[in-house]
Design a protein. Structure first.
Lengths: 83, 155
């Protein structure tokens, strides 16, 4: 699946998107945040406060307990500040 | 009559008069157009800023705005809706966002415009970074924007 990062999540990780293939045990958005956090310091820094992070699956907002199976694109970003 | 919303995300500025004309020209069923335009302030929390840079999530931003314009269309008898959101670097005094709601009568237009802005603030994937004498920093989300959006939820 494709993972995209925006705003300070993108800046902390250092890339805007990547393809990932997490193991089957990674079932929810929360699980994916935990799995990504173990990939290195930049990820751990970006996800240091997981409750602040918002997520979207295939362009729709989801909660952290949402299942990720079948997702084509998952995005992580801070709370929105548009308008 | 079912109207379609116009949704655009662009770097360029917008012309409010031209956008209003697009909703009213050649028709006689529009009695009210409510305009909200959001403008870049020259200070944030009392500190002067040089500019804002707006980032968005292409694809999702359009989809999320469309979900909200669809809901506005279903809740109020509107003849037209326009949402234009700028991205990129914007300096104080420049336009950031435009919402136009057109209807036969003013009440629906006022309510739809306010509903759309409250939802865009809390749910549309845009992020503002400010430039000031101290450097650049991402603007924090405000809790009251979530509260403003929540009051439109049907109980």
């Amino acid at each position: 699946m494709r993972v995209k990062y925006f705003a300070w999540v993108r800046e902390r990780i250092g890339i805007s998107e990547e393809m990932v293939d997490p193991p089957a045990a990674v079932r929810t958005v929360d699980d994916l945040i935990g799995w990504l956090s173990e990939r290195g310091e930049t990820y751990a820094y970006a996800f240091e406060k997981p409750k602040v992070i918002r997520a979207a699956i295939d362009h729709t907002h989801v909660k952290s307990d949402a299942m990720i199976s079948g997702a084509r694109e998952i995005a992580f970003f801070p709370p929105m500040t548009g308008g | 009559m079912t109207a379609a919303a116009t949704i655009r995300i662009q770097q360029a500025d917008f012309d409010i008069a031209q956008e209003i004309a697009a909703l009213t020209k050649g028709r006689s069923d529009v009695g009210a157009v409510v305009t909200f335009s959001g403008i870049c302030r020259g200070s944030e929390n009392g500190e002067p800023i040089a500019a804002l840079t707006l980032e968005h999530y292409p694809g999702m931003a359009e989809a999320e705005i469309k979900r909200h314009t669809d809901e506005a269309m279903s809740r109020w008898p509107l003849t037209g809706l326009t949402v234009v959101h700028r991205v990129g670097r914007i300096t104080p005094g420049e336009n950031i966002v435009l919402v136009l709601a057109a209807s036969a009568h003013r009440q629906a237009a006022f309510q739809a415009a306010e509903f759309l802005m409250d939802y865009l603030k809390a749910n549309a994937p845009f992020w503002k970074r400010e430039e000031s004498a101290k450097g650049t920093s991402w603007i924090d989300a405000r809790g009251h924007d979530d509260d403003a959006a929540a009051r439109w939820t049907k109980s």
